[in-house]
Design a protein around this ligand. Structure first.
Ligand code: CO
Length: 146
């Protein structure tokens, strides 16, 4: 045991930002701010194109996740239409997503996923509704490639 609540990993895995256009977002985050682009992938099931940039190239685990819509009726497109581009979610790393998910459910938080699904980087992910988290869309994510 590491002194953390069961299943948690104790750091932020990534901060997700909704962007209308991935290329202009990369100009800002990579070319002007100097974050290292780790990879770009398309997640067909979510109709989203994702760019992962390292928050710290010296080795920390954190990332900025840029989320660009691939169609007009996906979640990110609806978010941008409603609120404009910007901060979308914060993802907390978990060693055991199911355990953290269950504890949040028992605490009365509303989950947007019945069970963990596969997100960027092949990780297991679950979202918590902002209604129960003081207005912040939270993702719990664990496993996968990075
Ligand atoms: Co995310």
């Amino acid at each position: 045991m590491n002194g953390l609540p069961a299943g948690t990993a104790g750091y932020i895995d990534h901060i997700g930002i909704a962007v209308a256009d991935l290329d202009s977002a990369l100009l800002l985050y990579r070319d002007l701010m100097g974050l290292e682009l780790e990879h770009i992938e398309e997640i067909a099931s979510e109709q989203v194109r994702v760019a992962m940039l390292k928050l710290d190239r010296r080795g920390s685990a954190g990332h900025i996740e840029l989320l660009a819509p691939l169609s007009d009726d996906c979640n990110i497109a609806r978010f941008i239409a409603k609120k404009g581009p910007g901060l979308h979610h914060i993802a907390f790393a978990a060693d055991d997503v199911a355990t953290v998910m269950q504890r949040c459910r028992e605490a009365g938080l509303q989950l947007l996923d019945e069970k963990p699904r596969i997100g960027a980087g092949g990780k297991q992910i679950v979202f918590l509704h902002p209604r129960g988290t003081g207005g912040v869309l939270m993702e719990i994510c664990g496993g996968g490639a990075h």
